[in-house]
Design a protein around this ligand. Structure first.
Ligand code: AHR
Length: 517
């Protein structure tokens, strides 16, 4: 049995969670759009072709903002192809995923879908094969009321009111050689600055994110971010970062420790952004958009794999089937994001349906929740409020994590990963949410928590996600094999709480002021 202690005080806070922290991502990739969110003819589809079963699961999951249309796809995308009468839209070769893109689904369909899903849209512009001109035209098409050619085009397409898209990404992973028209930091910094300037001239209320490093092990990490900000610092609000966790080596302890590298990554990017601010003597504190994060490694593909398959329509690619173990690493990532709520004001789980996703579908068939669905749902449902700076005392372990992404074959040391990874959020109603990951694969853990400044709390809900088989997955045949169950072992006595956590378990405890539900 392991033992951990936690001290929480309502007055010791990290920051408030922004609703955009609970975002997700829809790319024109595989069956994410076609056969995922959009499938005309599906028994649950509405008149616009949006799958009702998928929409219902998305509402349960609780994403707040959804990034679109890519990802790598956006770096070759002509937004004009995806608007206007569907039958007149061109079919294109998508060089990001070696697929055929019919453009049946485009910007306006996405806006309609966001309304149906009750999420905020986030658009990425193509700063690969296109540039500032196409970007400012898209802003005009989406956000200008009328009386100009692109705004009137939108009206002619059946959308008299502007879409009012606030959050825009200036390209995607432009540091990656896999990107169409990949750029050096100087090239990208210049293009992003000019695009940002023109986009804001069209609509001054935009919130803009520049591309930071694709991952912490990019050979250019650090220098890229610094140089990009040298050009864009005054023009953008956010810098983006991405991480996909893996267990290539079958080292479960290292896999579960890996979210701690997200903590390092976030803190390093903050340091770089603040160093740029210091050089400029600027009080501005740039925000971070972790606009792609997840577990992904089994379904990675080389360009050669894609070429062999020709140019399929909505192929079933990147359909990662998530295990119980993946849900634990994923839960650790949720905790890392929550614990940086002061600077990470936006994050997007990549992606939403079928493609490395919490929701899976069969084309023409059912939809179900993958294991990773649950930690995200818990974070979105219980993570709204003020994240507390807890004092966590837990034994630690050393791990070395392997991550080949970004062309460096590297082993990353994690010298001291606490067995207990925890986030605590004070909710607006005077309650407290606890997210606790026991990373010990073999031993249960007792957690003694002292809670100050809340008055008497009562357990409103306590859930655990665990399975004897860390390889357990959900499927259409067994959709609930891995699902949360009540966590029985919670004792609350005034300001003291005791949790008994199962080995390798994700746990969420929601406490309300005593006498209130
Ligand atoms: O989410 C899948 C892909 O991962 C995205 O297209 C890209 O941005 C990243 O490399």
């Amino acid at each position: 049995m392991r033992h951990a202690r936690v001290l929480l005080d309502r007055d010791f806070a990290i920051g408030d969670t922004d609703p955009r922290l609970f975002g997700a991502f829809v790319e024109h990739l595989g069956r994410c759009v076609y056969g995922g969110i959009y499938e005309p003819g599906h028994p649950t589809a509405d008149e616009k072709g949006f799958r009702g079963d998928v929409l219902a699961l998305i509402k349960e999951l609780g994403p707040t903002i959804v990034r679109y249309p890519g990802g790598n796809f956006v770096s070759g995308y002509n937004w004009e192809d995806g608007v206007g009468p569907p039958d007149a839209r061109p079919t294109r070769l998508d060089l990001a995923w070696f697929s055929t893109e019919t453009n049946r689904f485009g910007t306006n369909e996405f806006m309609d879908w966001c309304r149906a899903a009750d999420v905020e849209p986030m658009l990425a512009v193509n700063l690969g094969t296109r540039g500032g001109d196409a970007a400012r035209n898209l802003v005009e098409y989406c956000n200008h009321p009328g009386g100009s050619s692109y705004a009137d085009l939108r009206r002619a397409h059946g959308y008299p009111k502007p879409h009012g898209v606030k959050f825009w990404c200036l390209g995607n992973e432009m540091d990656g050689p896999w990107q169409m028209e990949h750029k050096t930091a100087t090239e990208y910094g210049r293009v992003a600055a000019e695009a940002a300037k023109m986009m804001r001239w069209v609509d001054p209320d935009l919130v803009l994110a520049a591309c930071g490093s694709t991952s912490r092990n990019m050979p250019t990490f650090g220098r890229w971010d610094d140089e990009v900000l040298e050009h864009t610092f005054e023009l953008v609000d956010f810098l983006s970062l991405h991480t996909y966790l893996n267990n290539y080596r079958g080292d479960s302890a290292a896999f579960l420790a890996a979210p701690d590298l997200m903590d390092f990554f976030i803190e390093e990017v903050i340091a770089i952004a603040d160093a740029v601010a210091a050089r400029r003597r600027s009080p501005k504190r740039l925000l971070l958009s972790f606009d792609e994060w997840n577990v992904w490694y089994r379904t990675r593909r080389t360009r050669q794999d894609r070429v062999k398959e020709g140019w399929p329509l909505a192929p079933p690619i990147l359909e990662e089937i998530y295990t119980m173990e993946d849900a634990l690493a994923f839960g650790g990532a949720c905790i890392s994001l929550l614990n940086h709520a002061d600077r990470v004001k936006c994050a997007c789980l990549a992606q939403l349906v079928n493609v490395i996703a919490p929701i899976m579908t069969e084309t023409g068939g059912s939809a179900w929740r993958q294991t990773i669905f649950y930690p995200f749902q818990h974070m979105s449902r219980y993570g709204r409020g003020r994240v507390l700076k807890g004092q966590v005392s837990s034994e630690t372990y050393a791990a070395s994590y392997y991550d080949p992404r970004g062309s460096l074959d590297q082993v990353f040391p994690i010298p001291a990963a606490p067995y207990l990874k925890l986030a605590a959020v004070a909710t607006s109603g005077g309650g407290l949410s606890l997210f606790a990951l026991n990373r010990d694969l073999g031993q249960p853990m007792t957690v003694a928590i002292e809670v100050r400044g809340f008055g008497a709390l009562a357990v409103a809900e306590a859930l655990e996600l665990r399975h004897d088989d860390l390889g357990a997955v959900n499927s259409s045949a067994a959709p609930d094999r891995v699902a949360p169950a009540p966590l029985q072992r919670v004792e609350s006595d005034g300001g003291k709480l005791t949790l008994r956590l199962a080995p390798a378990s994700w746990n969420v405890i929601s406490l309300s002021p005593r006498g209130r539900p």
